[in-house]
Design a binder for this molecule. Structure first.
Ligand code: 13P
Length: 248
């Protein structure tokens, strides 16, 4: 297993100067961290300047999305090769907000993962059920479909990280319970084993949804939780540093 992975997803927040001010404050707070991996996914607009500011630090540059073609007449899109060129190491694909507001289907997500993998980019592949799906007892069915369709013909498990983000826990302050997280992560691990065999044990499975400095320690002690994907609490350098520096 790789080291624990703690990733900030800034979503549509921060101007370039706000992003740089965060980085200025954040670097000294985490510079001595060596036993875990830290990632930050700014908006596309801030990728170049944040990338420059974190170059040669222990913080990895991540992106929040990518298109599945490398160039062409696709107004408004950004390609995996452009992200690679900008120094991005990880790309978040299939976030529930992309599924919900931009109609991304499992098939589109699969094409995006494939395109990123072909550019040697690591992928943070997001999956998770809605509240309605959980209430109808469909959580495992949904996760299974998302995994099978999203990872169809993706043969490079070493480039993958999975993020389990129950939609109802995102931005709501309602964190999933320990047993809900443990159950979902173990189910995901087993699904990955069915596809990739033993190598699946090396794929990191992150939890996302209302992670805070207060609940990080509990979350990180749950079996099969290999890190977290943090939205709201990652916008403040002090809060995000507290999450990164959680103690075992
Ligand atoms: P919050 O941490 O704001 O709940 O967001 C989680 C998330 O969607 C990270 O990708």
């Amino acid at each position: 297993m790789y080291s624990k992975f703690i990733v900030a997803n800034w979503k549509m927040h921060k101007t370039i100067s706000e992003a740089l001010s965060f980085i200025d404050d954040f670097i000294p707070m985490v510079k001595d961290i060596k036993d875990r991996e830290i990632g930050i996914a700014p908006t596309f607009l801030c990728i170049a300047s944040v990338g420059k500011a974190i170059k040669d630090t222990n913080i990895k540059l991540c992106a929040q999305n990518a298109f599945y073609e490398n160039k062409g007449a696709y107004t408004g899109e950004i390609s995996p090769s452009m992200l690679k060129d900008a120094g991005v190491e990880y790309v978040i694909i299939g976030h529930s907000e992309r599924r919900k507001y931009f109609n991304e289907t499992d098939e589109v997500i699969n094409k995006k993962i494939d395109a990123c993998v072909k550019e040697d980019l690591n992928v943070i592949f997001c999956i998770g059920e809605t509240l309605e799906e959980r209430q109808k007892d469909k959580t495992t069915e949904i996760l299974k479909t998302q995994i099978i369709k999203g990872l169809d013909k993706i043969n490079s498990p070493e480039t993958l990280t999975i993020a389990y983000e129950p939609v109802w826990a995102i931005g709501t302050g309602v964190v999933a319970t320990e047993s809900q997280i443990a159950e979902a992560h173990s189910f995901i691990r087993n699904q990955l084993r069915e596809i990739y065999g033993k190598v699946a044990d090396k794929i990191r499975i992150l939890y996302g949804g209302s992670v805070t400095p207060e609940n990080i320690k509990t979350i990180m002690t749950i079996d099969n939780v290999d890190g977290v994907l943090v939205g709201g609490a990652s916008l403040d350098p002090v809060k995000f540093a507290k999450i990164v520096k959680y103690e075992f």
